[in-house]
Design a protein around this ligand. Structure first.
Ligand code: TK8
Length: 338
């Protein structure tokens, strides 16, 4: 063996030995990842972010950190998502609903009374179907790390108890910036007003609008009980949170960094969903204690609401995408058989 070859080989062996002995976080850089949130820090998303952060610290040897901003401090959900697309912000945790203008397929999650239980939602979102939708996001400049939970949505208002469909007649209800929610509430007889989440509290307080709809934990942690009197348990839709990363910035991460983020988002998700579900009953209790009147709706009335909004499915199938809707129906059938 010639001397230069020997030296080369030795160097190669040394390099191999070095990489094998190198700490697992060698492929990580110091990164502070900003995360925009519309909700407040005491929402279960806060627990999820804390858990995700611990996980990232372990995997990256303390190099990767999430820095969360709350209460829309970095702008509304849609605005923050656009910042991800232009590569000026790393992450946002948002309901999928305001993003239908970016990816119409996301509208599938807004179809009224789609999921019957959290178990169904988990199975569909964490399974093949969730991946099918998430795979469409890179084309619009976004990467979904996981589906977290906002939850089943319920209606609040300051005017009167809503116990049946007719009570909604002419009521000014804020909906997310989303045609399916708009149509659902119009079909129910309400005067639906699309609005960004950050403007809702003030709009309720000044009575520019009568009501809004969100899950118990969001109603509670956003203090809507201070400006709303009546709550109707409608469970009319389940909204997932998307944990989104900017595709442009994602492509600049190492494979190890990407894997850590994906793995830790799933660990954060499990914690976030657990807290969300544990807290839901407590949130309802807080809402009651804050002086709101809670109305459970008779199953027959919920049935009438379901009937009234049925045409929404037909009207929006083409916009959402026929394949996306059909695949959802198939996924649900499969889950319901299990
Ligand atoms: C929070 C929103 C909110 C959503 C809405 O950022 O807009 O009503 O339900 O929870 O994503």
């Amino acid at each position: 063996m010639t001397k230069p070859l020997k030296t080369l080989l030795a160097a190669g062996v040394a390099a191999l030995a070095f990489s094998a002995a190198a700490p697992a976080w060698a492929q990580f850089q110091e990164r502070t990842i900003r995360v925009s949130n519309g909700i407040n820090a005491d929402h279960p998303v806060g627990n999820g972010v804390t858990r995700m952060n611990q996980c990232l610290a372990e995997k990256s040897g303390g190099k990767m950190k999430l820095q969360a901003f709350w209460g829309g401090a970095l702008g509304g959900d849609l605005q923050a998502t656009q910042s991800l697309r232009s590569g000026t912000l790393e992450m946002v945790i948002t309901s999928s609903s305001p993003l239908v203008g970016i990816l119409p397929d996301l509208g599938v999650f807004d179809l009224p009374f789609l999921f019957n239980s959290a178990k169904e939602a988990d199975a569909v979102l964490d399974g093949e179907y969730g991946k099918y939708v998430a795979d469409k996001l890179p084309a619009v400049g976004l990467v979904n790390l996981a589906y977290w939970e906002n939850g089943f949505r319920n209606l609040t208002n300051s005017r009167k108890p809503v116990q049946k469909l007719e009570d909604l007649q002419g009521m000014k209800v804020r909906v997310m910036q989303n045609n399916i929610f708009l149509d659902t509430f119009r079909a129910s007889g309400a005067n639906a007003v699309p609005m960004a989440f950050g403007e809702v509290f003030t709009a309720l307080e000044t009575r520019a609008i009568d009501g809004q709809e969100n899950p118990f934990v969001t109603i509670d942690t956003s203090k809507f009980s201070e400006v709303q009197k009546y709550l109707s348990v409608t469970n009319h839709a389940y909204t997932p949170f998307l944990v989104l990363y900017s595709k442009g910035l994602w492509d600049k991460l190492s494979a190890d960094e990407q894997k850590a983020l994906t793995d830790c988002a799933a660990i954060g998700r499990d914690e976030q969903r657990k807290v969300s579900r544990d807290l839901s009953a407590k949130a309802l209790e807080n809402i009651r204690k804050a002086g709101m009147q809670v109305n459970e709706l008779a199953p027959a009335e919920i049935g009438r609401m379901r009937e009234a909004v049925k045409p929404v499915y037909e009207r929006h199938a083409a916009t959402i995408g026929a394949e996306t809707v059909t695949k959802m129906q198939e996924a649900l059938e499969k889950v319901r058989k299990q």
